[in-house]
Structures are given as C-alpha cells and as structure tokens.
Write a protein that binds this ligand. Structure first.
Ligand code: NAD
Length: 492
C-alpha cells in the first residue's frame, strides 16, 4: 500500500512541510480513495509567505513588463506539455469528466496567453498641454502583495482568472487553493518552479479558515480575490474591506434559462442538459431553473426528461462517461435532501436521480440527473443554490413573466434565453438582471479577454476577474502633472 503523502506549501521558492496540527484527507469523489492529506496551515505560514512576497516585490516591480511575461510564456508551454496529466488530476480530485477537465485547463491557459499582453494592456494615458506648457500622464503601478482564495469546482482554472494578471502587472502573489482539491495547484506550482521565476513572486499556502483569516488580516496584503459561496464571499468581502484591502469576491448562483416557443428544441435541449448536468451541476454557470414559455412547456419538458435519463454517469476517467460524481458525501446528502424538499413543496419528480447504482463505484458520491417539474417559484428549491445535477422546471405564459421571474432572484451570475427571435433576444439582453448573458448558449462563460461579470449576490466588489478588469484590479493609477521651465536651453 502506498503511504498517503502530506502536501507541502510553496513559499519563497521552497517546498516546505507545514507545521499544521490538523490535516484533511483529499478524497477522489468517484472512488472514495484517499489521494493525499492537506495541511490546515496556521497563520504563521501565511505570514511567512507574505513576508517572502513582500521582499520579492521590491525587485519584481522593477523588472520590465516585457521580462515578467517571459515567465508566463514559459509557463504556457509547460502547461501545454503537462496538459493531459493536469486534466487527469482535476478529474481525480474533483470528479468531473476528463473532457470537462481538459476544457477547464484550456480556459486556464487562455488567461496566461492574454496576460502575456500586459505590456500593451497595462499602458496608461497622457495629454500634452493640459494647460500651457504643462503635460499630464496617468501611469499604472502594481499594488504589492495580492492573494486569491479558491473554490473546489475549478481547481485548475479559477486561480488563473487572477494569478497571471497579478504577476504580469508586477505584483507578487499567494494562492490558497480549496482544501478539497489541492493537488492540481501542487502540480501547477511544480511547473511554475520550472520557469525559474524569482523566489517569492508566487507562493502556495494550503488550508482553510485560519489561513484565510490570516490573509484577510495581514497588513501587507493589498488585494484579495475570492471565488466561492455567497455567505463566505460576503464574510470575506466585509472583513477584507474593513482592513482597507481592495476586494473582489465572486459568490454563488442560481442561473435561470428561458425557453421560448420558437426555440430550436433539439439544440436547446442538448445545450440546456450540458449546462444543468455538466460538471454534475457544480458550475457557477450551471443552469438551475428552466422557465418554459407557452408551448415550449410540452416540447422542452419531454425532450429534457429523455436526455437527462440517458446521460451516462460514472467515473470521469472512464470512456463514454458524460457526468461524474458530486464533490463530497455531505454534498450528496444535502442535494438529495433538497430534492426531497422540492417534492414536499409540491414539485413533481419528473426524473429522480437519487441513490443510483453505479457499477464498480459503490463508494462514489453519485447522483443522476434530476428534474423537478412545476416547481413553486417562491419555494426553497427555486431560490437555493443546489450545486448539483438538478434542474427545476417552471412554466409561464409570456416572456415578460419569464424575465420578471429571472429578475426576482437573489443572484445575478448568468441568465440565458433560447429563441429564434432577434427582438426577443435584444429585449432579454437589455432587461435581464445578470452579469453574464447567453443567447442560445447554456454556459455563458466569458473568455479570458472579457470580465467575468457576476451581479447582485453573485459578486461583491467593483472590478471583476479576467481581461481589463484584472489589469485595473491589480494596478493603482498614478497621475503626474509636469511643467518644465522653457529657459532650460539657456543652461546648455
Ligand atoms: P466555499 O465558499 O465553501 O469555499 C471557498 C473557499 O473559501 C475555500 O478556499 C474555503 O477554504 C474558504 N472558506 C470556506 N468557508 C470559510 C470560512 N468560514 N472562513 C474563511 N474561509 C472559508 O465554496 P466551495 O464549496 O468551495 O465552492 C462552491 C461555491 O463557489 C458555489 O457557491 C459556487 O457557485 C461558487 N462559485 C462561484 C463562481 C463565480 O464565478 N461566481 C465560480 C466558481 C464557484
């Protein structure tokens, strides 16, 4: 039997064994195999990482942007070289299918590619003669030490919504991965090490609340990005902001999709199923409610029920599997209880995916795709983020009612419309209160060069992750007003 390894932290260019007194098991959600043990690092290790990052900042910010991005070019190549292995690691610790893990890694790499354009993206602006003989310029400078606190559902991609931009703009960085899926970042940091980036520029600290609170309170950490559930996002936003830090906190979601009667039902069903059941519904852009309008009720309901029933569920590493397990046994229990609650609130269990038998994986946290019909829009099931492969169906008579329903939600991460009508699409785009909109798209995930624009309780802060928002977030503007006496020529 192989000994189970305890994961080290990466601080100041060294792999260090944590002094943690507590460890958690990292568990493969498909097989229940213990993959490793992750330390719950104490505050002192966050302090050590911050100290290293603060010291590295002195020369890193003086390193020309063109030189800083060379490390990202190297990292891009290393990520490509180890693409398969990284994708397998994501599947092993997180449960999603290998194809989904590859998609995730592709998105991670895209952010590295975009951040390589920092010499253009970080430029300021200027204007000559704002008054006679006086010029004014705005330049962008890095903040110092920044950190990210990550969720479990995209162990490879989410740190990359921030890290490449943070270091390309001249900051130094600390990553705190989710304690449930720390293995992917271990591997990625081994690759980062191979780029020979100066020590202390990027650091990895594993842990949970003690490490997070130390990040939130450390006076030398200037900016924090968070992605996770809404209650934790609110806590992190408030505590970090109270400590004077620049904060961006992405929270949970409850994403509605609207199906109009003129939608192409075959295409819509395929896309909606991928959105609701892909990654076992554990995507912050997963469709959670489908609102059918008019005649779409019958056609869409029949089609989505059939598709959900046929979806192949199993270990994401196995060929032909279309959906993996949910992350933990606790998560499985919570999702199954919510399904029961939906039924008790009056919904009909059109497809019941609870407690499935998955041959060869009796220990896995599996739930098959589940569909609840006639869900009460005011009930718990329609309001709560389930974060599992559960789709609620609600029926209304008009697009206005559907948009009103979308806008009544607490969250605003994504809303999608399926239609053949340009006018309906424009109305929806204009009126829907969500930051990421899909028109005949089921997972409206912004590419790396657009901001990931959650609204309402899906986001706390001003500047989002990725693209130009990331550049703004990781830099502070400095305005210089200059006058040079015109008699200088007489001195020479
Ligand atoms: P989570 O909120 O439980 O944990 C996220 C991070 O916060 C982890 O690193 C965890 O260690 C830390 N944490 C948890 N509780 C804490 C506490 N009390 N104090 C300090 N730190 C704490 O989220 P999760 O279960 O890992 O991820 C799923 C959630 O993330 C879902 O709600 C999902 O919608 C959301 N999510 C949102 C987006 C987005 O872009 N808006 C993207 C991905 C995931």
């Amino acid at each position: 039997m192989n000994a189970i390894s305890s994961l080290p932290n990466y601080i100041n260019g060294q792999w260090l064994t944590s002094n943690a007194t507590e460890y958690l098991d990292v568990i493969n959600p498909a097989t229940a195999e213990i993959l490793a043990r992750v330390p719950l690092s104490p505050a002192s290790e966050v302090n050590q990482a911050t100290q290293a990052a603060a010291e590295a900042f002195v020369s890193w910010r003086r390193t020309p942007a063109t030189e800083r991005v060379q490390y990202l070019f190297k990292l891009k190549n290393l990520l490509e070289e180890h693409f398969e292995d990284l994708a397998r690691t994501i599947t092993q610790e997180c449960g999603k299918t290998l194809a989904e893990s590859k998609g995730e890694m592709r998105r991670a790499i895209e952010n590295v590619e975009i951040a390589c354009g920092i010499p253009m993206m970080m430029q300021g602006s200027n204007l000559e003669d704002i008054a006679k003989g006086i010029d004014e310029m705005m330049i962008r400078q890095p903040l110092g030490v920044a950190a990210v606190i990550c969720p479990f559902n995209f162990p490879g991609m989410i740190p990359f919504w921030f890290l490449p931009y943070a270091i390309a703009t001249g900051n130094t960085y600390i990553v705190k991965p989710s304690e449930k899926v720390p293995l992917t970042m271990q591997k990625i940091f081994q690759l980062i090490e191979k780029t020979d980036i100066p020590q202390g520029v990027v650091n990895l600290v594993n842990g949970t609340k003690a490490a997070v609170d130390a990040i939130l309170d450390h006076p030398q950490i200037r900016a924090i990005s968070f992605v996770g559930s809404t209650p934790v996002a609110k806590y992190i936003y408030s505590r970090g902001a109270a400590n004077g830090k620049r904060m961006q906190c992405q929270g949970g979601a409850k994403n509605p999709i609207i199906v109009l009667p003129d939608a192409d039902i075959e295409m819509t069903t395929k896309i909606a199923a991928d959105s609701a059941f892909g990654c076992a519904g554990q995507r912050c852009l997963a469709a959670s409610i489908a609102v059918t309008v008019g005649e779409a009720k019958q056609t869409f309901t029949e089609a989505i029920a059939e598709t959900a029933t046929k979806r192949v569920v199993g270990n994401g590493l196995d060929q032909g599997v279309e959906m993996g397990p949910v992350i933990t046994t606790q998560s499985k229990t919570r999702i199954e209880e919510l399904i029961q609650q939906g039924a008790e609130e009056g919904a009909r269990l059109l497809v019941d995916g609870r407690n499935p038998e998955i041959t060869g994986y009796q220990q896995g946290n599996f739930i098959r795709p589940t569909i609840l019909q006639n869900v009460n829009p005011a009930g718990e099931i329609a309001r709560t983020e389930i974060f599992g492969p559960v789709l609620s169906l609600i029926h209304v008579d008009s697009i206005d009612q559907a948009i009103a329903l979308v806008n009544s939600g607490q969250y605003g991460n994504m809303a999608c419309l399926f239609t053949n009508s340009g006018a309906a699409a424009r109305k929806f785009r204009y009126e829907a209160e969500a930051g990421n909109i899909g028109i005949n798209i089921g997972v409206a995930a912004p590419m790396a060069f657009f901001p990931f624009s959650g609204w309402k309780d899906s986001f706390f802060g001003d500047l989002h992750g990725q693209g130009n928002h990331a550049v703004e977030f990781f830099t502070q503007t400095k305005v210089v007003v200059e006058r040079w006496p015109s008699n200088w020529s007489r001195q020479f």
